[in-house]
Design a protein around this ligand. Sequence first.
Ligand code: GDP
Ligand code: IMO
Ligand code: MG
Length: 427
Amino acid sequence: MTAIVVVGAQWGDEGKGKIVDLVAERADVVVRYGGGANAGHTLKVNGQKVVTHLLPSGVLHPSTRCVLGAGMVIDPKVLLDEILELEGRGLSVRGRLTISSRAHATMPFQAAIDRAANAGPRAIGTTGRGIGPTYSDKSARVGVRLGDLVSAARAKPAIEALVEAYRARARAVGAPEPTVDEALAYVEPLMREIQPMLGDASLAVDRALRANERVVFEGAQGTLLDLDHGTYPFVTSSNTVAGGACTGTGIGPTRIDAVFGITKAYCTRVGHGPFPTELHGPAGDSLREAGEEYGATTGRPRRCGWLDLPALRYAARVNGLTALAVTKLDILSGYDEIPVCTKYRIDDAHTSELPVDDLERAEPVFERFPGWKENISKARTLDDLPATARAYIAMIEARVEVNIAMVSVGADRAETIVLGDPFARGR
Ligand code: GDP
Ligand code: IMO
Ligand code: MG
C-alpha cells in the first residue's frame, strides 16, 4: 500500500495536522489537494507548536517532499510567510516543495470582498481568507493561476479582467477599488520567490507512486464542509472529501489505497450552520475550555457538542473510509456519563441517516455511555485506558463499522495509541 488520503470526518479541526504529521514519519511525499489558508493545522512536537495553513503538515519531517495541488487556492503572501517562518526555525522548505502552477492565486481584493460579505442573516461565517471569491472566479473562468503570474507580460492580461470585475464589486460594498498596477506590484516580489517552486504537481505525485514511494494526501476542512456533500450553503467552496484528492492533485482514483478519517471523540464547528448535537451554555463552555477549542486560523471560539454517529457514518460512506483515528479522547475525562447521538428525530419520525435537506430540523436522540475520571494522556496502549474509555472506542468502531487505527490522547506527536496501520485496509 502506498497512497493514503487523510480526511476530516466532521466540520474540520478534527486533529488532521497532528495525525498527518504522525503518519508522515513513514511517508516520502505529503500533498495538500484542496482549500487554502482557511485551514489551520496545529502540530505539537516536544512541546513546540507549529500551525500550518498552506504547507502540508508533513513539512516538519526534513526529508519529506511536499506538494501543493491544482485544487488549492493559494495566497502567495501567506505561503511565503509560512515558508519564511519555518526557515526561521531552521527547517529548509524550498528545495523539497512543488507547487502546482495550475493552483489559483488569491489576491488581496478577493480576501477583502470575502470579509465584506461576511455579515447579515445568510452570512456563512467564513475565515475571511478569500476562499469563496477565489473558487467562484475559478469556476467563472476569470481566475488567475499561479502559473499566469510568472512574468508581467503574462500576468497583466490575466489580472486585468479580474480587477475590472472587482472594481464594481468593491464599489458596491464600499471597499477600496483595486487597480491593475497595484495588483501587479503586489504579486511581482512574491512571485520572484515562489516561481522556482512552481511545477507539475500531478507529474511529481505520479513519479513518486511509480517509484513505489509512500504518498499521503492531506485533506483540509472536513466532510460536512464539502461544497457538494456538506451542509450547504454553510460549507467551504471546495471538495473536501477524499475524492477531492484525485481531482485536486491530478491522479486517478485507482491510485488510492486507503482513506483514513479523523474524528474528535466529540464534535466542534466554527462558523454558522446546522450542528444537531451542539451544547449551549455552561456545558458547551466547559467542553470548549477543556479542549481549548479556539480556531487555529481566526481564533474564533468553536461551537462544541457531543459525538454525532449518523454524521460519522455519513462521513464513512462519502469518503469510503478504511480506518478511523479518534482524537481528543483525553478531553472527555471527568464526565459521569457521555451522551452520544445515535439517531435524529425529525417531526415524529426517527432516522439514523444524515438527512440531505433537513438537518436544521433534526433533533438528536442521545444514548449515554459510562465515563471515566482518570487523566489518560499517558496511555500508549488500549490496556492503559480505563475500561469505560476502551468501551467508548469499541462502541464507535462497532457503530460506524470502520476499524479504529489510532486514538489520540494529547496534542503532542507522542501522545497517541497506535492500534493498526492506516496505510493498510483494516487492521
Ligand atoms: P486540524 O485543522 O484538523 O489539523 O485541527 P486543528 O489543529 O485546527 O485543531 C485541533 C486541535 O486539537 C489542535 O490544537 C491540536 O493541537 C489539538 N489536538 C489534536 N489531537 C489532540 C488530542 O488528542 N488531545 C488534545 N488535548 N489535543 C489535541
Ligand atoms: P481545517 O483544515 C474548520 C469553515 C468556516 C466557515 C466555512 C466557510 O483547519 O479543519 P471559508 O473561509 O472556507 O469560505 O469558510 O468553513 N472552515 C473551517 N472550519 N476548520 C477549517 O479548516 C475550516 N476551513 C473553513 O469557519 O464556516
Ligand atoms: Mg484546523
